[in-house]
Write a protein that binds this ligand. Structure first.
Ligand code: BGC
Length: 356
């Protein structure tokens, strides 16, 4: 199986090289000689998580354009797999040489990989792993570790509050996202090994914060508010959970997790509404994808730092953020500035937390 995938990848790469040479742009247009720009497709999955439009897209475009005469053919699927399929078809019709794809639906995106292969266009699986192989490269984070970090932070914080056997809700990500399964697996490995009890669990369709919120509202009333913690797989769903807890006047306030280090989540952490988030530095992820896209466009075979399901890959390290290390993580890294975090509403809490 592995061998088979490798062989397809090599064939696809050779074909991409030939196509590039025939088109007279074998160097990816990187010589700045004023020729026609080489097109690279970037398809991102949704807009409710802030990262895609605010970080992934601009960081990828900036890096790729610094590497040569490239034009990025961009679309966002708004959580709609059928829409993403159409966006892929039109990017391929526009003549892209490489496709960077963050799939809405990991399984059905295999069809996009086949369409791309039919046009000798290599695919980089971006952030979420596309099922079925045939990929040129995979760049992401260690996603099971993301879940383990969330789960252990929750378990440890509950223990330190004297609730080692506390009752929690689990709000996982979208059932069509391969990452969501990894986060869930990692979180369960930490939670199931502890005395913490999961009293309700939900896979959030489309990662929708609204759906997370209404599910949490139902659970809070069903359990009479007797909830010590909420595992929320990302900051969007954490925002939904926090809104539901506020509406129910939760007291004592439960331990809530998250992921993405969104500005609103960092502010909730400062205010004490959310306990932690996971910071995934998007710049190295987006820039690695751009470097690999440039290599593939020029017919080079990118070297992986590791291999995932037969695909050369890069997996970056996630980092836990709590109130104690906001300065040393997201601020030190330039992801958010103190001014962005400490707006009028959060000034006092920022000062108290030493964020200045
Ligand atoms: C990403 C997360 C994001 C989620 C919702 C996941 O695949 O890794 O960073 O919050 O999708 O878009």
């Amino acid at each position: 199986m592995r061998k088979h995938i490798k062989r397809i990848a090599v064939v696809a790469m050779g074909a991409a090289l030939a196509a590039g040479t025939l088109a007279g742009c074998g160097n990816g247009g990187g010589d700045g000689s004023g020729g026609e720009a080489v097109k690279v497709g970037l398809l991102l999955p949704e807009t409710k998580a802030a990262r895609y439009e605010a970080f992934d897209r601009p960081m990828f475009e900036e890096k790729l354009k610094s590497l040569g005469n490239y034009e990025v053919v961009y679309s966002n699927a708004d959580q709609d797999a059928a829409k993403q399929q159409q966006q892929a078809e039109s990017a391929l019709a526009a003549g892209i040489k490489v496709l960077v794809l963050d799939p809405v639906d990991a399984a059905s995106a295999g069809g996009i990989v086949s369409s791309a292969a039919a046009q000798d266009v290599p695919v980089i699986s971006y952030d979420r792993l596309i099922a079925g192989g045939g990929l040129g490269y995979y760049v992401s984070f260690d996603n099971e570790k993301v879940g383990m970090l969330q789960g252990s932070a929750l378990v440890e914080e509950l223990a330190s509050r004297g609730k080692a056997d506390g009752r929690i809700l689990m709000i996982n990500g979208s059932p069509t996202d391969s990452n969501a399964a990894q986060f869930k697996k990692g979180a369960h490995s930490a939670i199931d090994a502890s005395d913490v009890r999961v009293i309700g669990e939900f896979d959030t369709p489309d990662w929708s914060p609204d759906k997370a919120q209404s599910w949490a509202e139902g659970q809070i009333s069903q359990h009479g508010g007797d909830i010590d913690g909420v595992y929320a797989a990302n900051d969007g769903t954490a925002g939904g959970a926090v809104a539901a807890l506020k509406a129910a006047n939760a007291d004592p306030w439960p331990v809530v997790t998250g992921q993405d280090a969104e500005l609103s989540a960092i502010q909730r952490i400062v205010a004490g509404d959310q306990f932690m988030t996971v910071y995934k530095a998007i710049k190295p992820e987006a820039e690695r994808a751009a470097v690999v896209a440039d290599q593939l466009a020029r017919g080079e075979a990118p070297q992986g730092d590791t291999t995932v399901e037969g695909t050369p890959s890069t997996l970056l390290e996630p980092v836990v953020v709590t109130r104690e290390n906001i300065m040393d993580t997201v601020v030190a890294d330039g992801f958010w500035t103190v001014d962005q975090i400490c707006t009028a509403q959060y000034k006092a809490a920022c000062t108290e937390a030493g964020i200045r």
